[in-house]
Ligand binder design. Sequence first.
Ligand code: NDP
Length: 332
Amino acid sequence: AKKYVLLQHFSGFPKESDLKLVKEELPELKDGEFLVEAVYLSVDPYMRAYEPRLELGTVFIGAQVAKIIESKSREYPVGKYVVGDFGWRSHTIADEKAAKSEALLVQILPDLGQLPLSLGLGILGMPGNTAYFGFLEICEPKAGETVVVSGAAGAVGSHVGQIAKIKGCKVIGIAGDDEKGKWLLDELGFDYFINYKKPYLAKTLAQCAPNGIDCYFDNVGGEISSTVLSQMNLFGRVSVCGSISSYNADYGHLPKATITQGFIVMKQLKIEGIIVTRWDNRQNEAFQQNLQWTNEGKLKYRETITEGFENMFKAFVSMLEGGNIGKAVVKV
Ligand code: NDP
């Protein structure tokens, strides 16, 4: 078995030497235990954001789709696929009790029919739940409203934009690459795409949303979000899901963002931060709805798949740099 342990805390962008890939011998299973083998591992922005809180020497955090290959547990029989927060490990021994704890959150993956198992880490997993609850519960979109999504071509953002379309909204996606924009416009049905790496974001946004913005789903924070907030309508709703523009900034050197409090007051905006675990007891609702939309062809997905457990780090950094379209995953 192999695992990645944290050697030193990240400073700025993560370096490969911050983690170490080590081998480990796994013991025999005891009663109630089962052994899983990773099939797909997730690389997510939250890993960068949560890293400062990890203890040195621990296994790096993360979820995976894994197959149960040995078992002394009736609840977790051989052959089943599970999604769990096992971290960056090729093989993991878990016991039934730990499997139900918040730390591991092991769930047997329901039958997905023809769909790939990796979706358990994407539209049918944590990012899908984030898009579903984070957008619908906080933004409460109404047909005809104008919705802006930042980080629009990523796992969460591409999903939010499509839910907004399903709800009859006009959708403007912001991301950092024209090829991503093409996907959003041609395949996902976004109404407008803006590349934030090009100049005149504010002007372009105003052209796309001449009547102002009603809902903003914020994945990135920083200057992009300041610009969006300054163009919101009265009683606009903002779901603050992430702030990836600052995750790699050293503490004390956070990027500057224009002060927007004036707009927030004058437009009486509702701005709410969200963490997807708030809706843990309603996960099945999001899963069923996202599955149905996918099967109906209303919700499309794309994955950027990196092959090989030894390429976890590369896949992680590539995702932070914008190398992914849709969900970034590693296939073992
Ligand atoms: P993505 O698939 O969107 O991947 C990250 C993307 O971020 C990159 O592809 C890149 O795209 C973009 N990015 C990187 N640096 C910057 C920057 N400086 N400014 C703007 N965009 C940047 O990841 P996820 O969909 O998994 O996550 C999206 C956001 O949602 C993250 O902020 C994440 O932390 C948050 N999140 C929050 C959850 C919650 O419970 N609150 C749960 C899940 C995710 P580009 O080419 O466009 O730059």
